[in-house]
Design a protein around this ligand. Structure first.
Ligand code: KG4
Ligand code: ZN
Length: 361
């Protein structure tokens, strides 16, 4: 089965072609990602109207490029997959309309895919991971622990109750005058910092669950920053580095302990398959990666982190998710709708808040 995937739920316009044969490792034949970062840079966040317009302008070009890179034409495609939510509604609509047009014109089946399912299934695209596995999804817009039972069965064990971790990295970077995106800037600055100089809180560790919170930590950094500025008139490079190191150490501690708890729940449920997978831009952080690897070693679980190009937003994960799901369900029809919110686990109450890049679901 050769699937064309489209992704436009946030600020990346993407098209990809994936070849999938049941029982074998799928192949990414092409993956095109056109980032809108420059369009939004002046606004300090993603502007939904600008994003939707840019997706509408770029989607067909990305599809053409994906086909050409794979040396295929639309006639070779067996199915069309598209992110149908959750995300910024204008962008999701742009993708869904484009996919419907392609499906109506070619008669190929159409699959609406949950963006979070795309992220959560990626380890099976890049590695031989058996169900069920534990997934920690950490990016600028998402933060959740998922027990992945199958292509369309997800159990949420916990997640953020306020900011996503990438969002916290970005906001803290802004507070201490480091450039965007904040994650890599903080990681870099932290290399020269003393993580013990400031005693930042480890939010929600007093609660026995797997939920996390990053907004109070950000406020704690703000208070310390303001105190230093009031006393000395500004931040030195060393202050910046110490603030970055202290903040990052707090995030690492919280994520490690909550992952330990999520692993415990997962292993009680499925002691025979032991895999901890991560996805999302924040999984690029070496300090976070190293600690999560240690935590999975503690319980002899395999640690799997797909390459960054497939960890961050892309359309190959959408095409792959549709191929996996097509073994369990039929295609959607042209009444497929775009959904701003679409929780993967409908049995759990929805998490609070909405990320920099849209609804957290
Ligand atoms: O997955 P992603 O590319 O986009 C979405 O959020 O959908 O993640 C981007 C986020 C940004 O908030 C960025 O600051 C964060 O991932 N990030 C990092 C690092 N690299 C990117 N956070 C911490 N450490 C990093 N090295
Ligand atoms: Zn995403």
């Amino acid at each position: 089965m050769i699937v064309l995937g489209l992704e436009s739920s946030c600020d990346d316009t993407a098209a990809a072609i994936v070849s999938h044969t049941p029982g074998q490792r799928a192949k990414v034949l092409s993956s095109v990602v056109d980032s809108q970062t420059d369009l939004h840079a002046a606004f300090g966040g993603v502007v939904p109207e600008i994003a939707a317009r840019a997706h509408a302008e770029k989607l067909d070009l990305c599809v053409e490029e994906a086909l050409s890179k794979a040396s295929l034409t639309l006639a070779d495609i067996d199915a069309i997959a598209v992110t149908a939510g959750p995300g910024l509604i204008g962008g999701v609509l742009s993708g869904v309309m484009c996919a419907k047009g392609l499906s109506a014109a070619t008669g190929k089946p159409l699959y609406g895919v949950n963006h979070l399912a795309g992220h959560a299934l990626t380890p099976r695209l890049t590695d031989d991971v058996a169900y069920p596995y534990l997934m920690l999804l950490v990016s600028g817009g998402h933060c959740q622990f998922l027990l992945v039972h199958g292509p369309d069965r997800f159990e949420r064990l916990g997640g953020t109750i306020d900011d996503a971790p990438g969002e916290a990295f970005d906001k803290v970077a802004r507070l201490i005058s480091l450039p965007q995106p904040g994650g890599p800037a903080i990681e870099q600055a932290a290399l020269n910092g003393d993580p013990k100089r400031f005693a930042f809180p480890r939010p929600l560790l007093d609660r026995p669950d797997c939920d996390m919170s990053f907004s109070g930590l950000k406020t704690a950094v703000l208070r310390v920053r303001d105190k230093i500025i009031a006393e000395k008139g500004g931040l030195t490079l060393q202050d910046q580095a110490d603030l970055a190191a202290g903040f990052q150490a707090a995030v690492v501690d919280v994520m490690a302990e909550k992952t330990r708890r999520a692993l415990r729940l997962y292993l009680e449920h499925a002691p025979e398959t032991r895999s901890l997978c991560v996805a999302g831009g924040v999984a690029a952080n070496s300090a976070i990666r190293a600690r999560l690897e240690t935590v999975s070693d503690e319980v002899a679980a395999a640690f799997i982190a797909p390459p960054l190009s497939l960890c961050t937003d892309n359309a190959a994960m959408i095409a792959f998710a549709a191929a996996e799901q097509s073994q369990l369900r039929g295609p959607d029809d042209l009444t497929l709708s775009a959904r701003p919110r679409w929780p993967l686990d409908t049995k759990q109450p929805s998490m609070l808040g909405s990320g920099k890049k849209g609804a957290k679901a």
